[in-house]
Design a protein around this ligand. Structure first.
Ligand SMILES: Nc1ncnc2c1ncn2[C@@H]1O[C@H](COP(=O)(O)OP(=O)(O)OP(=O)(O)O)[C@@H](O)[C@H]1O
Length: 474
């Protein structure tokens, strides 16, 4: 795609002269005669580069003040400033404000074209560096060795390069936003912005203004919306099921036409945005209740990704724990500590209704509050009691703790402890345990797997029937 260059000069013949030179080189040129025209052009469709004359006769702002506003609208846009004799100091000020370079009038066409080519190259390099940084960012890693984690990584790699819209479904704290960030970081859009939008957090009366921006009665821009901020990058609609129906309709139009109108605006704004969305709610159910548009659902969920709760992939817990420990010590300067085997087993057995986020918060809390010899591993008693499950022995569950849990979690806690105790009683022999408790052997395997009772991979392997289940006595 040819680079699109905005030429801002108050003199029509200079604009056209520059535009002609650029077009001869294969660029496309757009023109603006004053600051307002220039800002409108940038906001309507972001150019690859802008060339600004410092002196703009009859304009509300001169080139330097305009530079500030342009950079506010599009911080990554490279700008070349042209200055007449005697305005070199101003040009230097422009460089300080972030212009890529300046050219003095009168200039040779070669000099202009060379500067343009260099500015475009530099901006491309900046994007590549940002992409590289995002790829290697330690925080942006999907940790885990479960089948689910492996599949998620593969899916991310497969879909990142395509421009397809993705709907990421999963419970709170399971890693939906992380996945969206990874998709963005590995996509050709990595140099653009990743703009997260939380439909749930937004004031319902302001959702549209936030998304689409707003225009004043005179057509000037009052507010640049999130969609425009995501131009060239990715918009992430978090909890898309919470979006008001009226906004859903406008979003749908935007997705179909790749253009929209600002609130109170008369002209369409074109954007090039990839939309990723997430939900922890069942959008199908919302559709049947008339609270979510089915047509929008199909537009958003071109590629659906399901993120399982952490309790369905407990093999990931030890890796996640080490990852969060390392990250926190690297960031905070706290003394690195290890988690002892009994404490790790308890972390692995917990149900984690708040998923990875809750695990991360607990690990961080434990490390911050840990006392004793820093060379010794953290033991069970450093963990919060609800995690340790001191409250979840089959006969001995403390009523106060038990009633703090939803029925499903309380029942799961009970079943987990009961089965662990039974398996331990039969020396890890699943067949004998199953016979005694009156369950089919295969059903017991499934149950153990769903409860995440140790060695779930093995528990799923019915051939390996009589092998002791690891962690069964923990
Ligand atoms: N597999 C993972 N590896 C490393 N970190 C993870 C993983 N999954 C989640 N996290 C971390 O856990 C925290 C919660 O994840 P994230 O915000 O992506 O969840 P979410 O599903 O979008 O949550 P919510 O629905 O509440 O917005 C973040 O700090 C994230 O980096």
């Amino acid at each position: 795609m040819a680079h699109d260059i905005l030429v801002v000069d108050d003199e029509a013949d200079i604009r056209e002269l520059i535009g002609g030179l650029l077009e001869d080189e294969g660029y496309t040129a757009r023109y603006a005669g004053d600051a307002d025209e220039a800002l409108a052009a940038v906001r309507q469709r972001k150019p690859s580069l802008a060339i600004l004359d410092v002196w703009l006769q009859g304009s509300r702002l001169d080139g330097i003040a305009l530079l500030d506003e342009i950079r506010a609208a599009d911080p990554g846009l490279p700008v070349i400033v042209i200055s007449g004799h005697g305005t070199i100091e101003t040009a230097v000020a422009a460089i300080r404000k972030g212009a890529y370079d300046f050219i003095e009038k009168p200039f040779k066409s070669d000099k202009l074209l060379l500067t343009v080519a260099r500015a475009l190259e530099a901006s491309q390099l900046r994007r590549e560096v940002a992409e590289l940084r995002a790829r290697t960012e330690m925080h942006n890693e999907l940790i885990g060795k479960s089948t689910a984690a492996n599949q998620l990584r593969q899916t991310i790699d497969r879909v990142a390069a395509a421009n397809s819209r993705i709907l990421i479904s999963g419970p709170a704290g399971s890693g939906k936003e992380l996945i969206a960030r990874l998709v963005h970081a590995r996509s050709p859009r990595a140099g653009g912005n990743f703009v997260p939008v939380s439909a749930a957090m937004m004031n319902p009366d302001r959702v549209e203004e936030e998304l689409f921006g707003a225009e004043r009665a005179d057509g000037s821009v009052e507010r640049v919306g999130l969609l425009e901020q995501a131009h060239g990058g990715t918009l992430f609609l978090d909890e898309v099921g919470d979006m008001p129906l009226a906004t859903q309709g406008k979003l749908l139009r935007m997705l179909v036409e790749q253009r929209f109108r600002r609130l109170g605006g008369g002209v369409d704004v074109e954007v090039n945005v990839r939309v990723l969305s997430s939900t922890s709610r069942d959008l199908r159910a919302l559709i049947s209740q008339g609270r979510f548009r089915e047509d929008l659902y199909h537009r958003l969920a071109v590629v659906p990704i399901d993120v399982p709760p952490l309790s369905d992939r407990r093999e990931d817990i030890p890796l996640l724990v080490s990852h969060f420990l390392e990250r926190l010590t690297a960031m905070s300067g706290l003394t690195p500590r290890k988690i002892g085997p009994d404490a790790m087993a308890a972390l692995q057995a917990h149900s984690w209704p708040g998923n990875v986020r809750q695990l991360r918060n607990n690990v961080e809390r434990v490390l911050i509050l840990a006392t004793g010899d820093p060379n010794e591993a953290i033991t069970l008693d450093a963990l919060p009691s609800e995690v340790v499950g001191r409250d979840s022995g089959p006969g001995g569950m403390d009523t106060e703790r038990m009633i703090a849990l939803p029925l499903r979690d309380a029942r799961e806690n009970f079943e987990r402890e009961y089965l662990k105790a039974q398996i331990s009683r039969f020396g890890g022999n699943i067949s004998r345990t199953a016979t005694f408790i009156g369950m089919e052997r295969s059903a017991l395997h499934r149950k153990l797997k769903s409860l995440g009772v140790g060695g779930t991979d093995r528990a799923g392997d019915s051939e390996n029937d009589d092998a002791p289940v690891t962690g069964s006595e923990g």
